[in-house]
Design a protein around this ligand. Structure first.
Ligand code: GLN
Length: 486
């Protein structure tokens, strides 16, 4: 076994009996324990429960269970509720919160026999693009420890890039799977809104939040998605749609594309940016594979960041009203009145960025400003969605950069909130439209990984995965590794 074995490779090794799941899990835990001091990508390491699950997986295998996913270690972003295990969402508010139940994603993965080795660091309540908003400290980018890993799923991205796990769960509200995947040089997939259950996933902006896989290869992303996805009656926005290819990818891997695709290049995503060398090479590579590239326009792109920050903050302000110091989470010492309890618990429990979102969100929902901001943003959201519908009458998928820059320095953008929000330029439009999108490594800029983004019509993750797998069969960007971190 090597620290950079993929899920598929470990699955084959386990099937052959090259090692047991207990041995594999133990090796993961040792590496995580050592590397975490340098990277800070885990909030908790769950050795005891992981080894118990691995022991069970080995027993099931001995009794003839041959499922591809049985006994494979991975990590969960610390936003998924896990029964009897701490779930913090990167916040002081939940720094002592132990959920009484498992999120559906957690129970789906456990039912597939996969082993969670720990919970990864993240921006507080998933608000951020750098992981610097975590109560548990910043995560280091494995490619350059003076730089951020991106966010909010930065702990998951760094852990996968550094070879601490082959796979981790992430969540993406406006880019939190794709942007850290790009900045850490890994593969990340945000599924169609409704594909994966949100039950037990701590809510940020409910009309946008979606969980997905973060891995080093498209093949592993497909394996994870197959396990994570599915209708869930406990989430009213979960889709009842089931696609047979989802079962196929778990059992047999990603199918080969059955035809060349027409790939759209949205003009608005390619204007005046010097950092897109990797994408240029990817375009040539995709043409060599027989695909056709065409220009398209998504005219409302420039409104996406302001619209996203109005809507996501509005939803956050209502979702986070539940943290009142009464039912769960942080409670201030010695409250003098009910009002004092609410005020001080929230003042002490939330970090600066979360407060900023709650304040702006409450403002845009207030009586005098609702029409001017919230309602208007909803209307523009519709226009952004229609831009994509229009583009998909001409093309199969879209190709775009994932992030405007490679990983930036720690503290570089912390005082400039608007510059930080602009990091989400290329990821929020798809979130607003509910579409599936994937980031995969496509090159380097000054030694730092760059990501390209593929976007598909709703429920066509199969197209993304097939194209990504084809690209990864022809190129080796996804096989580049940072210098040893352990
Ligand atoms: N960076 C964006 C934000 O801060 C997106 C976060 C996310 O997708 N969870 O809101």
């Amino acid at each position: 076994m090597s620290e950079f074995s993929s899920l598929r490779e470990m699955s084959a090794d386990l099937a052959k009996g090259a090692y047991s799941s207990v041995e594999l899990t133990q090796a993961h835990l040792e590496r995580i324990q050592t590397a975490n001091a340098a990277l800070n990508c885990f909030i908790s390491i769950n050795a005891e429960s992981a080894l118990a699950a691995a022991t069970k997986a080995d027993q099931q295998r001995a009794q003839g269970d041959q499922r591809a996913t049985l006994g494979l270690p991975f990590a969960h972003k610390d936003i998924f509720c896990t029964r009897d295990i701490l779930t913090t969402a990167g916040s002081k508010m939940l720094s002592n919160f132990v959920a009484p139940y498992d999120a559906t994603v957690v129970s789906n993965m456990a039912a597939a026999g996969m082993i969670s080795v720990g919970k990864t660091n993240m921006d507080e309540f998933a608000m951020g693009s750098s992981n610097e908003n975590s109560f548990f400290g910043t995560v280091s980018n494995p490619w350059d420890h003076t730089r951020v890993p991106g966010g909010s799923s930065g702990g998951s991205a760094a852990a996968v890039a550094a070879g601490l796990v082959a796979a981790a769960t992430g969540t993406d509200t406006g880019g939190s799977i794709r942007q850290p995947a790009a900045l850490c040089g890994i593969t990340g997939l945000k599924p169609t809104y409704g594909r994966v259950s949100r039950y037990g996933m701590i809510a940020f902006a409910s009309s946008l939040d979606q969980a997905g896989p973060m891995t080093r290869t498209a093949e592993d992303a497909a394996l994870m998605l197959g396990v994570m996805a599915g209708f869930d009656p406990k989430d009213s926005t979960s889709s009842e749609r089931h696609d047979d290819w989802l079962d196929g990818v778990v059992a047999n891997g990603i199918a080969v594309l059955d035809r060349p695709l027409t790939i759209g290049l949205p003009r608005e995503y390619f204007s005046d940016n010097p950092n897109f060398g990797g994408i240029e090479a990817a375009k040539t590579e995709l043409e060599k594979m027989g695909h056709t590239l065409v220009d398209v326009s998504l005219p409302h792109t420039e409104s996406a960041v302001p619209v996203y920050y109005v809507l996501a903050s509005a939803e956050a302000s209502t979702n986070l009203s539940r943290y009142d110091g009464v039912r769960f989470g942080h409670r201030c010492e010695d409250p003098q009145s009910l009002q004092d309890l609410y005020e001080r618990s929230r003042e002490e429990g939330f970090g600066a960025e979360v407060k900023r979102r709650i304040l702006t969100g409450t403002y845009t929902l207030s009586v005098g400003y609702f029409d001017a901001y919230y309602l208007k943003a909803q209307k523009i959201r519709r226009l952004i969605s229609e831009d994509f519908q229009q583009a998909f009458t001409q093309v199969d998928v879209l190709l775009a950069p994932t992030s405007p820059t490679p990983a930036f320095k720690k503290n570089q953008l912390t005082d400039d909130h608007v510059a930080m929000y602009q990091q989400d330029l290329f990821t929020v439009p798809t979130s607003l439209a509910g579409l599936p999108a994937m980031s995969l490594p496509c090159g380097f800029s000054n030694g730092l990984p760059m990501g390209m983004q593929l976007i598909a019509p709703a429920f066509r993750e199969d197209l993304l995965l097939e194209l990504a797998a084809q690209y990864q069969r022809q190129t080796d960007w996804h096989l580049k590794r940072p210098e040893a971190v352990v």
